[in-house]
Design a protein. Sequence first.
Length: 227
Amino acid sequence: MSNPRLVIVETSHQPGVVALAAGDHILGERPLDAARQHARDLAPAVAALLAEQGWRARQLDGVVVSLGPGSYTGLRVGVMSAKTLAHATGCRLLAVETFAAIARQAPSEAEVVDVIADAQQDKLYVQRYQSAPGRQPATPLRIMPFADWAAELTPGAWVTGPGLAQHGHRLPASIQLAPAAERHPRAAGLVALGWERWQRGEGDDPMALQPLYLRPSSAEEKWTQRR
């Protein structure tokens, strides 16, 4: 199938987005209302996009979903919705790591780029990517104290990701920051990775897929401390 019909679900950060694509070509997308819960907004947004294209849900060939890290609540809603849609329609489920999509959106001149997101308590989710071959991970995804990560940066290093909103002002002027519009996962970045997985014949089990949390939520950590 040269141009599978794909739906893209991104709820790792605010505002989320849903989109439709034919192969790796985006046909339409809708931002999710940041003032509302993703659970209430997501299904109607997908239904509206399908109606615009004249598609029925059972005509979908795949669901590309942003796996995280990111908002615990957002990821739960997005991944569960994607799993449910894939299971109900029988289409292929294609999970994409959120940081990999953001790294793909970095400027081409960034040979090495760190993707960061806030992990609370002055810590960051961090993963480094290198440009060749492609945007491949150079380190595993980690949680690091901001000070430890910043100490590793060298002048001219590139940084991107939603964590710049909270921590960008703390970085020295010698650090190169990705454009603001490219610091959050976009539908185009997600579908590019999902399309690559599709072409390799890959997919995920809707019964087994879990969001990429990396650690318990703050509420879960507090509950554990009380026990």
